[in-house]
Design a protein around this ligand. Structure first.
Ligand SMILES: Nc1ncnc2c1ncn2[C@@H]1O[C@H](COP(=O)(O)OP(=O)(O)O)[C@@H](O)[C@H]1O
Ligand SMILES: [Mg+2]
Length: 358
């Protein structure tokens, strides 16, 4: 047993958890060392206020889970923060620097990358080509220069070495020259995560990393996400899999109807009966009136009630399919925005997410 390794892993997690010790368990709570701070961020779609975040801070060096029912605005919030969509109002800063109005490749270059709910690997390129594009496209360099190594040789060599290291770390090195299209859904998620790391980010934002992943790969994905923190990165991830949230998150932020409804350590937030109701449709002994007194946030009730009465989770396949989002799905690597293997659609439906790409 490599003791050093185990104890250092524990130390990182302990440090991350300790950082939250004095943070109030309330929406918008101030953190001791935030890497990301957002204020008054609003995004309207027609009459719908999809994102309406007053204030939120993400603690550096931690793993924060962003949870909430389908349609809560989680993906839209990611899109806004990473420059894939524009807000109606609001501001946010990363490492103290305002990123409002900054395009995605510059956001990535600043050290903040995201992955997508539906993976964006280009299936007609090989695994290693996808990785190289992760470095070049996110850095905003020319596609053709990247594709013609003689114009770009030394950087190309560094990029390839880094890509190969990452592929080895994600156990995709044996797939190096395979087309990304031949990978399983889970391997594609790994590829997308590996590709995001090509820019050596400080903050990694993962939108449903476990969705559509074969159970055999979930443990390894969990470890990869934990490892990001071990390597000093900050992680913000959206996830429906509550076991994953419980296992690896240091802090949980709950979103509903565009707002931040609740924040706290996983055990506190996830034993909140209304959060449980919203997710599992579970009913508890306490009456709603009692719950009302226990929690201040009326919006959370509304979210839970909407979820329960709307039965989103109970009848996912009967919901009409929305057209693909023109915003999130702006292709990060210039590929077809509609590239979406059938298995991932099935997987997305299995998780109750019927809104294409969102
Ligand atoms: N491009 C868009 N056009 C119109 N409505 C959108 C668009 N993107 C998201 N929405 C709506 O905004 C709300 C939040 O969606 P989303 O951010 O995908 O939620 P989540 O990721 O939490 O499931 C939903 O009601 C969704 O239908
Ligand atoms: Mg989403």
């Amino acid at each position: 047993m490599p003791d050093d390794n185990v104890s250092s892993l524990t130390a990182k997690r302990e440090a991350a958890v300790a950082a939250f010790a004095d943070v109030p368990r309330e929406p918008g709570a101030k953190k001791p060392d935030p890497i990301l701070v957002a204020d008054d961020v609003k995004r309207n779609f027609g009459g719908l206020l999809a994102v309406d975040v007053d204030h939120v801070e993400i603690q550096r060096g931690s793993i924060t889970a962003l949870i909430g029912p389908n349609g809560a605005g989680k993906t839209t919030f990611f899109n806004l923060l990473t420059g894939f969509d524009r807000p109606n109002s609001g501001s946010w800063s990363f490492n103290g620097r305002s990123l409002h109005g900054t395009p995605p490749f510059k956001v990535a270059r600043a050290g903040m990358v995201r992955t997508f709910q539906l993976t964006k690997a280009l299936s007609k390129l090989t695994v290693i080509e996808n990785m190289r594009l992760g470095a070049t496209r996110q850095r905003g360099e020319s596609f053709w220069r990247a594709m013609l190594p003689f114009t770009w040789r030394s950087q190309e060599k560094d990029i390839t070495e880094r890509a190969e290291d990452l592929l080895a770390r994600f156990k995709l090195d044996t797939k190096r020259d395979d087309f990304a299209g031949s990978l399983s859904g889970g391997q594609r998620k790994l590829l997308e995560m590996a590709r995001a790391l090509m820019v050596e980010p400080e903050l990694v934002m993962l939108d449903e990393p476990m969705a559509g992943v074969n159970p055999a790969l979930t443990q390894s994905l969990l470890e990869h996400v934990s490892n990001l923190r071990e390597q000093g990165m900050t992680v913000l991830f959206v996830e429906h899999d509550m076991d994953m949230v419980r296992d690896i998150a240091d802090w949980v932020v709950v979103m509903g109807q565009g707002k931040i409804l609740s924040e706290g350590p996983p055990e506190t937030v996830m034993s909140d009966p209304r959060v449980i109701d919203a997710y599992l449709g579970a009913h508890h002994d306490q009456s709603l009136a009692e719950l009302e007194q226990e929690f201040e946030s009326g919006a959370l009730t509304a979210a839970a009630e909407a979820e329960l009465s709307g039965d989103v989770a109970a009848a996912p396949s009967s919901e009409p399919q929305a057209p693909p989002s023109p915003t999130e799905d702006a292709p990060i690597d210039g590929g077809p925005a509609d590239e979406k293997p059938a298995e991932e659609t099935v997987a997305a439906e299995r998780t109750g997410d019927t809104k294409d790409g969102r």
